[in-house]
Ligand binder design. Structure first.
Ligand code: PHE
Ligand code: ZN
Length: 881
């Protein structure tokens, strides 16, 4: 028997809760396999709820020990308790107190939702629906309560006892060897923001004084011995707190802000009020084990979680359909923070790369959904690139459309009007609509419609009338379950560039909406004519990637070369280089498939040469321009009937041609760009390392004498993880001499550091070549691999499935089989990790017929599994639909 699909939850069915829970008093007696939770809930019937309306509380896998209502033990006919639900048939009076005692087994909790143990430390994860695994509750974000949490545990095993809010009392429990701590959080919050931590952890302290003079104690808790690796995270936290005050006027609101790093965590991190819990990979960093990318990620995730204190916690979501209300806005905020800390252009390029590589394929496949979905079966599957990344793009477009001042005024209004609320996208947009005195009804389609709009732009220059006409159209390609998409409001930042490379001053053409340098496309078709244009300009469109659309612009090869050299917008300059590379790659893939041997265009080779030597571009930007589109990017561009082997061949061919033409420059850049002196994670130094390592990646495939030795030497001499892992990746992926020796050396050096070992697993899992499959299978039994740890699973299996297109989509189906089989193994213990891994099949229909048939077989195998989790059932059903 096949497991049933969970019923659909629909936005249109939303009903406010029938009861409120004003306060929650928890007493948690911690023990590894038998933890007792006593919860006292003060419950009030809502105005408008009929007296006697049954109270239904959510549960998940709960064991009820006892319950009382206003101190009285109810009769068996007054309630019904099941593992997933507690119902009181006729609750008394208007307000009453419910006392619930539940028994939990943290050690048996492998789902990492609710209360579990990670390397001995007790911790919780409650978003989205984990609190119901602790006690019965109205586990929905529009029920806000004030929590007081008393923790009791053995003092030796758990000297540290933490919960949300401020510490109000602590002490020993007689001479039992146990002790207690009581935490009180004065800010009403939904249950998903509840957290507790107990364990034997080291504390790294700091202080922060707020703009208005409050002294905040900051602490990062980590396993003993890891204290030295917290400095960057703490520095990032302090900068985030300062930035949020300066840019948004938002201050922290408790006496203490605690961060705990744990090694077993399903996601990146969690914004629990006053007690953020982090996947340790987003806290721990030192030059020896973390790359520049890791440093940047830590800075961004620390900021993201901290920023949630206002956008998410003080103002939360009415229901889970509104997830983008907190996530899209908070991603936008963390992107802005990183832009201010680093280079805005480089950050924008990195964010757009991520959007295009993760969100665009999601939006183009069977898992497509609107930024604000209207229906779901399992909310855990909606923590997606669409909700997060496209959600942030929508906020960014809003700012572009209404302008910086109105955007600021709208946000101020939002914070003032909705502080303490559980609210909606409508309420959010209303603030901006009011602040800008503008109607945002059409704009709100960005939240409603799935699919990436395709914008087509044609230009025409009329010599006689001296006019330049831009014809624009927009269309959303078919999305499953979405008919008749309507035109969106698309802000298109642009410039008309004259022959000398300067932007023309165009003024607003008749009858168009134009705001400064932004064209507003809000119809299916639109024509814009610019007058008094003396000679044919080049249209630079979608500058800064001003909207999350696919741009289909008929630029000639010469125009692209011109933009790559001259565009004053760094993003579009980068984009022009990428477009040239992509055109070549698509053409070469087609030729390879036909069995023809074609050459990359001389333009592409020349443009790369210009980038290399252009001293006006900083190193980080040059490094970005030298990143060839990934195999997945190319496959996406091709769109259908994809042969990943041909894609790989074409990409290698281009890489070698570029290396052949510019080998000497690459060699000298690899030497000269490398910063010397002690390691610093700052953006400028990271940019230098990125450029040097990028150059080295071309040296690796050049015919230059001693190329392989150069890479080995770089590996052996590396004094930081960025350089070491770059060199290792080249040795392994390009199968250079000493590949095995390098892997062994790395293993020896890092075997005691699991985050560094993740990179070792990942490097091997993403290596092209038929032997990788057997290697990945073997690595699943490696002593340092752990199928119960999400980071290990991601580093070995997720990276194989998403970062190794030729081997995942092998022509014999063995790659799909390996992943399907792993999904089934993992699903029993951790459905969230399994269903996430399963999403790697999402583009299966774009593959050639033979491969897509093999992918379908693997998916059907997963689908036929009897006891599939709700999470994986939802993904497999939608992927096959
Ligand atoms: N809310 C977290 C964030 O974006 C992500 C998360 C979701 C973590 C669900 C755990 C569980 O910051
Ligand atoms: Zn978030």
């Amino acid at each position: 028997m096949r497991s049933e699909t969970a019923p659909a939850i629909r936005l249109e069915d939303y009903q406010p809760p029938a009861y409120r829970i004003g306060t929650v008093d928890l007493r948690v007696e911690l023990a590894p396999s038998e933890t007792i939770v006593r919860a006292v809930l003060s419950i009030t019937r809502q105005d408008g709820t009929h007296p006697g309306t049954p109270l239904e509380l959510d549960g998940d896998d709960l064991a009820l020990v006892s319950l009382t209502i206003d101190g009285r033990v109810p009769g068996q006919d007054e309630f019904n308790a099941a593992p997933d639900r507690l119902e009181l048939f006729t609750p008394p009076a208007e307000s009453f107190e419910l006392e619930l005692v539940t028994r939990l087994d943290p050690d048996a909790n492998t789902k990492l939702m609710g209360l579990y143990r990670s390397s001995g430390t007790y911790c919780t994860q409650c978003e989205a629906e984990g609190f119901r695994r602790i006690t019965y509750f109205l586990d929905r974000p529009d029920v806000l309560s004030v929590y007081t949490t008393r923790l009791e545990a053995e003092k030796d095993a758990c000297p540290v006892l933490l919960a949300n809010g401020n510490l109000i009392e602590e002490g020993p429990l007689g001479d039992s060897g146990r002790h207690f701590a009581v935490w009180h959080d004065p800010h009403p919050k939904p249950a998903y923001l509840f957290a507790l931590v107990a364990g034997d952890l080291a504390r790294v302290p700091a202080r922060f004084s707020t703009q208005s003079g409050n002294e905040i104690a900051l602490n990062i808790y980590v396993e003993h011995g890891k204290e030295d690796r917290c400095a960057w995270a703490m520095d990032s936290l302090i900068r985030s707190m300062r930035w949020d005050e300066e840019v948004f006027g938002l201050e922290y609101d408790l006496d203490v802000f605690n961060i705990v790093a744990v090694s077993d965590f399903n996601m990146g991190a969690m914004e629990n009020k006053g007690l953020n819990i982090f996947n340790d990979k987003y806290v721990l960093a030192d030059p020896e084990t973390a790359t520049d990318q890791d440093f940047a990620n830590i800075e961004a995730v620390i900021a993201h979680e901290y920023f949630h204190n206002w956008t998410g916690n003080r103002i939360t979501c009415r229901d889970w359909f509104q997830l983008c209300l907190k996530e899209g806005l908070t991603v936008f905020r963390d992107q802005e923070f990183s832009s201010d800390m680093r280079s805005r252009a480089v950050k924008r390029i990195a964010d757009v790369r991520l959007l295009k590589s993760h969100q665009f394929p999601e939006d183009a496949g069977p898992l497509a959904h609107p930024v604000r979905p209207r229906t779901y079966h399992e909310i855990n599957n909606f923590y997606t690139a669409t909700v997060y990344e496209k959600g942030a793009e929508v906020v960014r477009m809003l700012k572009t459309l209404i302008g910086d001042d109105a955007f600021k005024a709208g946000l101020d209004l939002y914070f003032e009007r909705h502080d303490g609320d559980a609210t909606t996208i409508e309420a959010f947009l209303a603030c901006f609509s009011e602040a800008a005195s503008t109607n945002l009804d059409q704009f709100s389609r960005w939240y409603e419609q799935a699919g990436t709009p395709v914008v087509t732009a044609e230009t025409d220059y009329d010599e006689g009338s001296k006019t330049f006409t831009v014809s624009l159209s927009q269309e959303i390609p078919p999305v499953p379950g979405q008919k008749n998409s309507k035109p969106a409001v698309i802000p298109l930042r642009f410039g008309l560039i004259g022959a000398n490379g300067n932007d023309l001053d165009t003024g607003a053409p008749e009858g168009t909406r134009l705001q400064g340098d932004v064209l507003i496309l809000n119809k299916a078709h639109q024509k814009i004519t610019f007058d008094n244009i003396e000679s044919r300009p080049v249209l630079s469109l979608l500058r800064g990637f001003s909207a999350p659309v696919r741009l289909n612009q008929s630029l000639s090869q010469d125009e692209l070369v011109f933009l790559a050299a001259k565009d004053s917008d760094p993003f579009n300059r980068w984009q022009a280089v990428q477009t040239l590379l992509m055109k070549d790659l698509v053409r070469l893939t087609g030729e390879t498939r036909q069995g023809n041997r074609a050459a990359p265009s001389s333009d592409t080779i020349a443009v790369i040469g210009n980038v290399l030597t252009d001293a006006s571009l900083d190193e980080a930007l040059r490094a970005q321009a030298l990143v060839l589109p990934s195999e997945a990017d190319i496959a996406q561009e091709i769109g259908k009937n994809v042969d990943p082997d041909a894609v790989y061949e074409a990409r290698q061919q281009l890489r070698k041609a570029i290396a052949g033409a510019h080998g000497a420059e690459f060699q000298s850049i690899a030497k000269s760009a490398m910063p010397n002196g002690p390691f610093s994670p700052d953006a400028a130094s990271a940019g230098k390392r990125a450029l040097a390592n990028r150059a080295l990646s071309f040296v690796a495939v050049s015919e230059l004498a001693g190329a392989a030795e150069t890479i080995w030497e770089r590996f052996a001499a590396a004094y930081n993880m960025t350089d070491r892992i770059s060199a290792l990746t080249l040795l392994v992926h390009d199968h250079l001499a000493k590949e095995e020796e390098a892997l062994a050396t790395y293993l020896k050096r890092h075997e005691s550091n699991s985050l560094a070992m993740d990179k070792w697993f990942m490097t091997q899992a993403t290596a092209p070549g038929a032997e990788t499959l057997a290697k990945v299978r073997a690595l699943k039994t490696h002593p340092l691999y752990d199928a119960g740890n999400p980071n290990r699973v991601r580093s070995l299996l997720q990276s194989f499935a998403t970062g190794n297109p030729t081997q995942f989509a092998r022509g014999d189906g063995a790659g799909f089989e390996l992943v399907a089989e792993s999904v089934l193994e993992i699903d029993r213990r951790n459905p969230q990790v399994a269903s996430r891994l399963l999403t790697s099949f999402r583009s299966w229909r774009a593959l050639d017929p033979q491969r897509s048939a093999l992918a379908e077989t693997a998916l059907l195998r997963v689908s036929s599994f009897e006891n599939l989790s709700r999470d994986s059932r939802d993904i497999v059903d939608r992927t096959l639909q």
